[in-house]
Design a protein around this ligand. Sequence first.
Ligand code: PLP
Length: 403
Amino acid sequence: MHKLISTQSKKIFPFEQLDEFTEQGESLEVRIQQIEKAKIRTGKELWDRFIEFLPFSKIDESISLGEGNTPLLKADQKLIEFTGIHNLLIKNETLNPTWSFKDRGSLFCIAMAKEMSENVVATISTGNMGHSIAAYAAKANLESIIFVPSYTPNAKIDSMSMHGANIIKINAPNYSEMKNHVLSLSRKLNLRIVSGNGPIRTEGYKLTAFEMFEQMSCQVPDYIAIPTSACGHIRGVFKGYMELFKTGYITKLPKMIVVQAQNNSPIVSSIKKGIKSITPFLDFHTIAEAITSGNPPGGEEIIQKSEQYGWLAEEVSESEIVNSQLVFAKSGYFVEPSSATILAAVRKLCKIGKIEQNAKVALIITGSGLKDNIPKNNNKVPIIQTELINVESRILNILNFNN
Ligand SMILES: *Cc1c(COP(=O)(O)O)cnc(C)c1O
């Protein structure tokens, strides 16, 4: 049986335990037995091919909504010019079943619930994870409970309720306090409450690394930029590459780029200052509401890894986020503000020479703009309103303007 191991003090815990962190707040990860001997198999699904790297002996197809298989495309000239990076790749996770990468982790959370014969799944979320769990719970005939903060966008709430989730909207002084309180109820209620940085969810995110490994014909990007909040995504993707490295399938590791909003950068600001602990952010506002963990449990692991493996970290302002969202949109990608952060961050890092112009950089766009509120100060093209009789002249105006 696989075990959980605390990521810094290296203590061993049972695989099936409810707690997702140690009492000291350290994150836990799954230690795959005999990972050094894991082999990639043949099989139809990604999880079949990489089953020896995963904590389940089998994934039941019936719980899947078809997550993954998202495109990895070369960026167009506009994005190349904007960032200054010639070898820029876009991994488009907005094409997942609930329009964010969270689906990869939710698949595994549901697999775990099934393995433990649990009937209820619960999660705390600013929106995307809740929506994802609600959808996957519906597919698997499980009851779901989703705790959300008051600022969750309506489109995310509506989708959860469509899937039949029990939604509990909480007024709390801040998201961190709300999260700690909710997670503390898990053991008391004997209820598995999954967070964004839980060990099982994180295993699901390894599939992104495996998928990119296949899409790049066994090559590895030099850098991978990820908007970071609870930290599950970035550590999951890196763990996937690390395990490929341990088995000898790859001979170098990608460097991760940790990206946060300047208004809430508990991890990035610590990395930049060379501090080993999180810098908690409590009272803040950012339009990137999907990355609002101000005091993420387990965040120290990311700070430590960034030092150990030479990762980069960058923070971006609200106006840079709004602008990047528009730049992405002009290249055909409608992303939410949290995902837009990575474009501005990579541009800044290239400008100051931290990323070489010819480095191979992958941007993971994490969530779709459709479920989010559009920032008010954005410069999108105004809508033309007209009476029926003026339609023709309006069209002519556009055509003349573009000639
Ligand atoms: C959850 C989320 C993130 C942050 O991922 P973590 O695993 O919490 O670090 C980034 N972008 C989007 C769109 C998200 O939904």
